[in-house]
Design a protein around this ligand. Structure first.
Ligand code: MLT
Ligand code: ZN
Length: 246
């Protein structure tokens, strides 16, 4: 467990709200980083400040078929993998990070040259020594996303029954695995409390597509009141952002 908060009522995304993003750091002592951290996420990724790095390496997931559970966390929909792993995961600088969970933010949390997208997927990985690495994808409106198509019936069941979770038997990595040649890399934080830092962020430059129906499906399943679960942009504080181009 990477310390994510599962009780939806503890924080929200209301702009000037008591439990909104500006106040997360004051809500609990363990969440102080949300307010005083200086390597927070999300940030705007600008091509201007990017270092082109040919040595970062091609990023390719090596997941295995796995059982999973889809959960309504109140602020998002999350797919949690049993035993916190789906195969080998990903390798970054020789360290292995195993897939823990996948969840979605809408609209996107990161922006690209100031542009925000309709959806951002986060694949949260963790190493043996407890370091987090999140791989993110941006989506624009267009053709259906295959992974969300396979999850549709589970999400519908959560909406219809108001159950908080559904079991998914043997999900195949072909539905959620990836290969990324062009991606941004920087060191940031979790974007929800406790906003822990030293998270290795990998944000694919290759855009995916999603239909409006799929976006609405994610929203309706959460059945929250606000129309965003994106944390506002955080200060970059001279952090380098690398762009890998093979
Ligand atoms: C993140 O991507 O940092 C998350 O939103 C953390 C989480 O899964 O709660
Ligand atoms: Zn996230």
């Amino acid at each position: 467990d990477h310390g994510e908060v599962e009780d939806e009522t503890q924080f929200n995304y209301e702009k000037k709200g008591e439990k909104g993003p500006e106040n997360w750091g004051r809500l609990k002592p363990e969440w102080a980083m949300c307010g005083k951290g200086n390597m927070q996420s999300p940030i705007d990724l600008t091509d201007k400040i990017v270092l082109i790095d040919h040595n970062l390496g091609y990023l390719r997931s090596q997941y295995l078929p796995s059982n999973a559970t889809i959960k309504n966390r109140g602020h998002d929909i999350m797919m949690k993998f049993e035993g916190g792993n789906a195969g080998l995961g990903i390798t970054i600088n020789g360290t292995e990070y195993k897939l823990q969970q996948i969840h979605w933010h809408s609209p996107s949390e990161h922006t690209l040259n100031g542009k925000r997208f309709v959806l951002e997927e986060h694949m949260v990985h963790q190493s043996k020594d407890g370091r987090n690495a999140v791989v993110a994808f941006f989506y624009k409106l267009g053709k259906p996303d295959y992974f969300l198509l396979t999850l549709e019936r589970y999400l519908k069941r959560i909406t219809d029954t108001h159950e908080s979770q559904e079991f998914v038997e043997m999900i195949h990595p072909r539905t959620f695995g990836f290969e990324s040649k062009h991606y941004y890399r920087y060191i940031g934080s979790l974007t929800t409390p406790p906003c822990s830092e030293n998270v290795i962020w990998t944000i694919s430059k290759e855009m995916r597509t999603v239909t409006l129906k799929q976006l609405i499906m994610l929203r309706v399943t959460v059945h929250d009141q606000s129309n965003s679960n994106a944390r506002p942009l955080q200060r970059k504080n001279e952090r380098p952002v690398a762009l890998y181009i093979p």
